[in-house]
Every structure is written in structure tokens, then in C-alpha cells.
Write a protein that binds this ligand. Structure first.
Ligand SMILES: [Fe+2]
Ligand SMILES: [Fe+2]
Length: 497
């Protein structure tokens, strides 16, 4: 039995002894929500916690559960000192409930209640919409852990293995953050939703995760880095929009989650960047300048750049689907009620109510792509997607700079918004990365240039050999610039016995 199980059992046995509970339970669950004095919340979390640990054992990282991992644990929300680094066994990670500090006098930032005091309790008339927003966000957190469950076995270095586990435990903590809101504010059905979050399974036929991209497989490390760059960035956008919520506890939860999300995006950007670096270095050394000389490049044990582009195309397109239909009455409701804002709501220079505003949405009309101004309220999802696409570009520019510096004539680009979409305005259309509408036959003929094929995935799979000696890195990925928390590159980030 792990240390945390012990603590929990003791806490449960001592439930009648208030003082003991206060000390011990606060120890097991770092929190700034005054957990020890909220008996009802404490009971609900005590009932949920063992099921969470069961889920983690069943669906969290396969293997390595007894390994000491050099992890960062959030222990407070003070910007200077919220994180502690040290060796932890993952099942004993101190998942906590941490809200960003309360902003005194905070007002609802958008929608028809704009300017009214932010809600500290669930607004009754919007209860089910609010609960749905929390459940959908909450569902993505354990889903990504499930998707990444087998990656440990093929890690390209201990440094990367540690980063994977850091991302995994933080996604676990994000689940805690949403479960806290459900059990604290939604009574019995909140508790039921909290349990259901542990029961859905990524990719499972009968009881899948709610959103499509979270049912895709993450079979290899290149997929993991693409996922953390592109799909965790959807997480960032959604959290940023929920951080603008008029429901203050949700806003405060999401504001703190965003600080953790930044690390996931870093793992993605540098993971893809280091892959590019290894490719460019190997090409240079072999005297190859043509990025399309694929056979010779692959023989060097690195990923050719056109394949990286196809992988990026896949991950970008499935992630764009996560934003939902570009034109959506649900999204209009979420904004209009003040439950969810836009990205950077506070910085936007408009009336934050959008009753008369319009927004341009690209649609397919009579076999042509047209830009149409629609009521901005109904185009909230489209706007968040556009903001997302803009947000993706920074890292891509940095990747391209590295390729350019190596003297290789190749650029990673973002495909047209309508490429390979299943949800929204472009669902059912065949659109090339350059934005041409295609017939089914044209698509069938050319899609292999744009999306990874079986041989691509088999090649990536062939590179996935574990490289777990301290300081060693697999051929296909360059070492990082810096270690974690100023530790050296050869630091034993995970102790595997
Ligand atoms: Fe997350
Ligand atoms: Fe994340």
C-alpha cells in the first residue's frame, strides 16, 4: 500500500476526530480551498480519491509506478514559490486543489450580466450549461493520460520520460480541479459526474471520452510531442476562455491550471524542435540538402521533414475539430450568460456583449469557400479557433528558423482551416492544405501527400526504441538545451531499478 493510501485510510478512520482530519488530510491534498473545514466536501473527495487511485493504476502510465521520478509538485499559488521539485513515486504524487487568488470585487466580464459581481455560487438558471462546460473540460484531462499510457516503454531519454510523467500527473491534477468544482458546487449529480469522469475511457467503443481527438491514439513520441504542442494548446485556449467565466471558482481554477499548461506546451514545442534539430544535423553531416531525399534521410535514423509536416497536419486538423462547430448556439449561450469568455477577453476593445457585432466565418457555399459576416455571438467558437491558429504559429516560426539556419529549403506550414475536418463548417468537404475544394477522387489520390500513411507510421514506430541511460538521447531527437530545474542533462530524472 502506498504512503498516500495509508494517509487516506487513516484520515477516513479518524473522521470523527476533526483536528486529526484537518492536519492529515490537508497534508495529503495540498489545497487553498480550506478543505479541512468543509466536512461535506471532504467526505465527497474521500469517497472519490480511492477510485481515482484505482483509475490511475489501471489507466495511468504503464509500468514505472514504483520508479522515483523527479517531479514538480504544486504546493501553493504564490507565483514565486508554487512548485517544489523532488523525487516522487507517481501514485504518491500530491494531487492538489489550488485556485488562483481571489480578485476582490471581480465582475462578470462579458455577456448580458457584464459588470455584475462574479458568481461565487452556481447561478441556478445556468446550472446545467455550467456543469456541462466543467464536465467536458474535465473529461479531456484523464483522457490524455490514457492516450499516453504506453509511451514510457519507448522513451527517447530519461529527461523526456520525466517530462511525460510530469504532464501526466498534472493532467491528473487538472481532473482534480474540475472534480473539486463538481463535488463542491453541484451536489449529488456533481458527485455522479465526478465518478463518470473515471469511467469513460479513451478510444473505448461503449463508453468513450466526450471529444473526438481524445479518443485518437498517441502511439509514439512524435505523436506525443505533436499532441502536447497542438492539442494541449486547445486546452490552453479553452482554459483561457473559462478563466474569463463569471462563475468565479471556475475562473480561479482555470487561471491556475494555465500555469501548468505552459509546461505541456513547452514539452511539445521543444520535442518537435529537437526532432527537427536532429534531422537537420544528420542531413548536414551526410551532405544531404534535399529534404525530399526521404530514403537516405530515414536511413540516418531521423524523421524526414515532409513526414513531420504530415504528422503536424493530422494533429492540427483533429485538434481544430475540438473547437466545435464554428457557428454554435451553445457557444453563444455560454458567452451570453457570462459562463465562458473569449481568449484574452479583458484585453479586447469592444463592448464584451456583442449584441450587434459581426464576425467573419469562412464557409462552403455552392461549392466555393466564402467569407461571410455572421452575428458575432454565434461565431464564438470560430473566433476561438482563429485565435488558436494564430497562437500555434509562434512555435512553428521557431521550428522554421532552425530549418532555415541549417540551410535546408523547407518550411512547416499550417494547412487551410478546412483541411481534413469532421466537425463544423467544413465537415463532409474535401479541402487541400492550400485551401482548394476537391472531389472525392482528387482527395483519395492526393491525401497521402498530406496525411501520414501506414508506412510513415511504421517508420516512426521503428525509431521508438527506449534510450534510458542518464545523459543518452535517441538518434532521432537532439538533447535539450537545458535540464529541468537547472539540473544537468545527464541527471537521473527517473530512477529505474
Ligand atoms: Fe490539462
Ligand atoms: Fe495539458
Amino acid at each position: 500500500m502506498s504512503q498516500e493510501d495509508d494517509t487516506l485510510t487513516e484520515a477516513r478512520e479518524q473522521i470523527s476526530d476533526e483536528h486529526f482530519v484537518e492536519v492529515r488530510y490537508d497534508e495529503a491534498i495540498p489545497n487553498n480551498v480550506d478543505l479541512s473545514s468543509d466536512r461535506q466536501l471532504l467526505r465527497a473527495l474521500q469517497a472519490w480519491h480511492p477510485n481515482y487511485l484505482e483509475w490511475w493504476k489501471d489507466m495511468g502510465p504503464d509500468g514505472f509506478q514504483d520508479a522515483d521520478v523527479y517531479l514538480r509538485t504544486a504546493v501553493g499559488v504564490d507565483p514565486a514559490g508554487w512548485a517544489k521539485f523532488g523525487y516522487v513515486k507517481m501514485p504518491e504524487y500530491r494531487w492538489g486543489i489550488l485556485l488562483a487568488p481571489k480578485v476582490e470585487g471581480r465582475a462578470i466580464p462579458c455577456g448580458k450580466h457584464k459588470g455584475e459581481p462574479a458568481w461565487q455560487e452556481v447561478p441556478g438558471e445556468y446550472r446545467s450549461l455550467l456543469k456541462r462546460l466543467i464536465v467536458v473540460q474535465g473529461d479531456t484531462e484523464p483522457a490524455s493520460v490514457e492516450q499516453q499510457r504506453y509511451l514510457g516503454k519507448t522513451a527517447p531519454s530519461l529527461y523526456d520520460l520525466r517530462n511525460l510523467f510530469q504532464v501526466n500527473v498534472e493532467e491528473g491534477r487538472h481532473l482534480w480541479a474540475m472534480v473539486y468544482l463538481l463535488v463542491k458546487h453541484f451536489g449529488k449529480d456533481g458527485r455522479e459526474e465526478a465518478q463518470a469522469l473515471l469511467e469513460r475511457r479513451s478510444g473505448q467503443q461503449d463508453n468513450p471520452r466526450i471529444l473526438g481527438a481524445f479518443n485518437e491514439r498517441t502511439p509514439d513520441w512524435l505523436s506525443f510531442f505533436m499532441f502536447t504542442y497542438f492539442t494541449d494548446r486547445d486546452g490552453k485556449m479553452q482554459l483561457a476562455a473559462l478563466a474569463e467565466s463569471g462563475f468565479d471558482p471556475l475562473s480561479r481554477s482555470c487561471r491556475f491550471m494555465l500555469t501548468e499548461e505552459a509546461h505541456h506546451l513547452f514539452v511539445g514545442e521543444t520535442g518537435v524542435g529537437r526532432t527537427i534539430e536532429a534531422t537537420c544535423a544528420a542531413m548536414k553531416q551526410a551532405g544531404i540538402t534535399d529534404p525530399y531525399d526521404v530514403q537516405r534521410i530515414r536511413a540516418l535514423g531521423v524523421v524526414d521533414l515532409p513526414l513531420l509536416q504530415r504528422k503536424a497536419n493530422f494533429h492540427m486538423s483533429v485538434t481544430r475539430d475540438l473547437f466545435g462547430s464554428e457557428i454554435s448556439s451553445n457557444a453563444a449561450d455560454a458567452f451570453n450568460t457570462g459562463l465562458k469568455g473569449r481568449f484574452n477577453e479583458a484585453q479586447l476593445k469592444d463592448d464584451h456583449q456583442l449584441q450587434d457585432a459581426r464576425y467573419t466565418v469562412t464557409r462552403v457555399v455552392d461549392g466555393r469557400l466564402v467569407d461571410e459576416a455572421v452575428p458575432a455571438l454565434r461565431a464564438i467558437n470560430c473566433r476561438l479557433l482563429d485565435d488558436y491558429i494564430a497562437d500555434c504559429q509562434g512555435g512553428i516560426d521557431r521550428w522554421n528558423k532552425a530549418i532555415e539556419k541549417a540551410g535546408i529549403d523547407f518550411r512547416i506550414t499550417q494547412p487551410h482551416k478546412g483541411f481534413n475536418r469532421r466537425i463544423g463548417e467544413f465537415a463532409g468537404q474535401r479541402i487541400s492544405p492550400a485551401g482548394e475544394l476537391l472531389t472525392e477522387a482528387q482527395w483519395a489520390e492526393r491525401q497521402g501527400q498530406w496525411l501520414p500513411g501506414d508506412d510513415d507510421l511504421a517508420f516512426i514506430g521503428s525509431l521508438m526504441k527506449p534510450c534510458l541511460q542518464p545523459g543518452r538521447y535517441a538518434s532521432w531527437i537532439a538533447p535539450p538545451r537545458m535540464g529541468i530545474n537547472q539540473q544537468p542533462l545527464e541527471f537521473e530524472y527517473v530512477r529505474i531499478d
